[in-house]
Design a protein around this ligand. Structure first.
Ligand SMILES: *Cc1c(COP(=O)(O)O)cnc(C)c1O
Length: 362
């Protein structure tokens, strides 16, 4: 595809840092990783950050550190990447699916309606780079005594009320998968938190449950972080503000060009979205995607099969979870347009032109 959906930002400085990490002879959980953790915590505004193998591990290890297990329920949106839900299943707990509202993030009303005596916490997802309704989440978590993990795998640097997403809940979970807003040229993830108890447990769980080199206090995992990845992440982190500004600028241009042609994304009430994805809605979604593909423009659907209807979910939850009207209404209508830091204004305008052409509004 001439204009891809997404592309990682790679610079000569990052390549040099990779070579230096190799020459250091330290490959796992060394000084680069510790520096990346400290700088990441400072950027998000938490006292701690713990680097782990990927974003799914960030959620899963946080759940385990919170003591989540069989017989408990965790509230999650159905409209998210499957890993959000997978992490809950991995602990033995049951995901309870919540509908979204017009922001594509969890509906506070449906979230509250789905609470039962077995509910222990919630994982609202800051989807597409859009912050959830932080005030509502805080109110519900406090009033009902629930933990709150912010799935921020798509929203590095997004803000609400002047504060950075990932600093509000018990913990924030980040992914550095190559398509995400901050990447490390491979898999990687991070937990941000102000809770000392969680930090200690997550550090232990990510490294075989060790308390020292030869003592394994609990059964853990290998979900560690690599020095090469940390070296890249530290440089990308310094660019994060610039990445976010550029994505917002690209989104503004898309919205200006497409207003009245398709349904454009919402803007946060009191915050800043970072547009991991730029998602439009139209009832001619598939035909539009084909038209763009014919002109060398890649698009995506995030996500075509909601998680309460996934075979893996239906294999574990019976009877099947109830319908989620808003999620099911938008799924056949959503389309993600190309969005990444290096997308040029010209390329963006070409995408806009092709969409307008398709609708006879060139
Ligand atoms: C990418 C992503 C994850 C999982 O991250 P990985 O690093 O791929 O494990 C979880 N939740 C959301 C919303 C994501 O976009």
């Amino acid at each position: 595809m001439r204009i891809p959906l997404s592309r990682a930002h790679v610079t000569a400085e990052m390549k040099t840092a990779v070579l230096a990490a190799i020459d250091s002879g330290r490959f796992i959980l060394g000084p680069e990783t510790r520096a990346f953790e400290e700088e990441f915590a400072a950027a998000i505004g938490t006292t701690h950050a713990v680097a782990v193998g990927n974003g799914t591990a960030a959620i899963q290890l946080t759940l385990l550190a919170l003591g989540v297990g069989p017989g408990q329920e965790v509230l999650v949106p159905a409209h998210t990447a499957f890993p959000t839900v997978e992490a809950v299943f991995e602990t033995g707990a049951t995901p309870v699916f919540v509908d979204i509202d017009s922001t594509y993030t969890v509906s506070p009303a449906d979230l509250e309606a789905k609470i039962t005596p077995r509910t222990v916490g919630m994982i609202p997802v800051n989807l597409y780079g859009h912050p959830v309704d932080v005030a509502a989440m805080r109110r519900i978590a406090d009033a009902r005594g629930l933990f709150w993990i912010e799935d921020t795998c798509q929203s590095h640097g997004a803000k609400s009320g002047g504060r950075t997403i990932g600093s509000f809940g018990d913990a924030g979970a980040f992914s550095f998968y190559p398509s995400k807003n901050l990447t490390v040229f491979g898999d990687g993830g991070m937990v941000t938190t102000n809770r000392d108890d969680l930090v200690r447990k997550i550090r232990q769980l990510r490294d075989h449950g060790r308390s020292d080199k030869y003592t394994h206090e609990v059964v853990g995992y290998n979900m560690r972080f690599n020095e090469i990845q940390a070296a890249v992440g530290r440089i990308q982190l310094r660019h994060l503000g610039q990445y976010a500004r550029r994505r917002r600028e690209l989104a503004r241009g898309y919205t200006e060009g497409l207003r009245g042609v398709v349904q454009t994304p919402p803007e946060p009430r009191d915050g800043e979205a970072v547009f991991h994805l730029y998602v439009i809605q139209t009832d001619r979604r598939d035909a539009l995607a084909d038209h763009l593909k014919e002109h060398g423009i890649e698009t995506g659907v995030h996500y075509p099969l909601p998680n309460h209807r996934q075979p893996a979910t239906l294999g574990r939850i019976s009877p099947p979870p109830p319908a989620l009207p808003e999620t099911e209404r938008i799924v056949p209508r959503i389309l993600s347009l190309p969005m990444f830091y290096e997308l040029s204004d010209g390329e963006r305008d070409e995408v806009v032109g092709r969409v307008r052409e398709f609708f006879g509004k060139a």
